[in-house]
Design a protein around this ligand. Structure first.
Ligand code: GLV
Length: 330
């Protein structure tokens, strides 16, 4: 009788998902706090039928060359820029991700960073705990109002729309978006208007990034783009660090080209301790935690496990990044 399919799971994910994986597969789970080095994944991959990867694992052509029996890569993330999807498709390997379940948590985090940066919350906390708070200051700690301002969303998919809904319904903001696709629902429900990059840069009070990282979006927030933004603008990035030229952003924050930034992602992650961004008062940086709620991570683990098992057993993946592989899957 053939044994269970073999899988490598590159980190401990919530038990809800691991349990499903263990029931269906012979699973080796990397249980270190840091990701497995690429050499370890390369060593394991030849004997694997399935792989659970994280956004910190690079799954590329040279690795896949060694993956002669691999049927599926199930990424524990909605983003999949760590995976060469075309290289998987060419080899008949399915790719899964975890969309939908993290939409609200991520939009909440984008809003949290927006208001924290606009109202200088972290700077105020540092001020308090370092003993600099002496009295109520009429001219101190002045930030930006939110109500009635303009939100710009680059990448108006699920998460961008969820942030826009919060800002429009709760704070009566005007919504602009920039995307290759029109989002008719956001246009109808929120009065969102699709505009070009120049317009969104020039008119947004809050500019939030929700685009995939690919060749056309990498570095979209460049020095030139920052120079076109309002001096009072706040930039929010909960998508991927390389969407922003980080050196240019540090310079723009230092020189007052824009007012503040709220980041959940950086380039690289974590940022180097001597990165100029870390010395600035007008940036709030979280350690890539937008989907980090208990329920969201449990739900991500369930989808991730179901994608893995479907990939191994020849079923359609519940969240399938490359359904075009259907007719040639291994
Ligand atoms: C996190 O960044 C994700 O893509 O899920």
């Amino acid at each position: 009788m053939p044994g269970k399919p073999k899988v490598f799971v590159t980190r401990i994910i919530p038990e809800a998902g691991l349990q499903l994986v263990r029931e269906a597969c012979e699973a080796e789970i990397w249980n270190e706090p840091l990701p497995p080095p690429a050499t370890v994944i390369a060593e394991k991959i030849p004997s694997c039928d399935g792989l659970v990867s994280l956004l910190t694992d690079r799954i590329d052509g040279p690795l896949l060359e060694k993956a002669s029996r691999l049927k599926v890569v199930s990424n524990f993330a909605v983003g999949f820029n760590n995976i060469d999807v075309n290289a998987c498709t060419e080899r008949g390997i399915c790719v899964g991700n975890t969309p939908g379940v993290l939409t609200d948590a991520t939009a909440d985090m984008a809003f949290c960073l927006l208001i924290a940066a606009a109202r200088r919350v972290v700077e105020g906390h540092q001020y308090t705990v370092s003993g600099r708070w002496k009295t109520w200051e009429p001219l101190g700690h002045l930030g930006q109002d939110l109500a009635g301002r303009t939100l710009g969303v680059i990448g108006m998919g699920r998460i961008g729309s969820a942030l826009a809904r919060r800002c429009q319904r709760g704070w009566d903001m005007k919504v602009l978006y920039h995307d290759v696709y029109a989002n008719e629902k956001a246009e109808q429900d929120l009065g969102a208007r699709k505009v070009d990059l120049e317009t969104i840069l020039a008119e947004s009070d809050f500019l939030s990034l929700h685009a995939d990282l690919n060749d056309s979006t990498r570095g979209i927030i460049s020095a030139q783009a920052l120079a076109k933004m309002k001096k009072s603008a706040v930039l929010i990035n909960t998508a991927r660090g390389p969407l922003v030229d980080q050196k240019a952003l540090a310079e723009a924050l230092k020189t007052g080209t824009i007012f503040a930034a709220g980041l959940d992602v950086t380039d690289p992650e974590p940022p180097a301790m001597d990165d100029a961004l870390l010395k600035l008062p007008n940036v709030v940086i979280a350690p890539h935690i937008a989907s980090a709620t208990i329920d969201t991570r449990n739900n991500m683990a369930l989808i991730c496990a179901r994608n893995l098992i479907a990939g191994i057993t020849g079923q359609p993946l519940p969240a399938w990044v490359n359904p075009e592989v259907r007719n040639k899957r291994r």
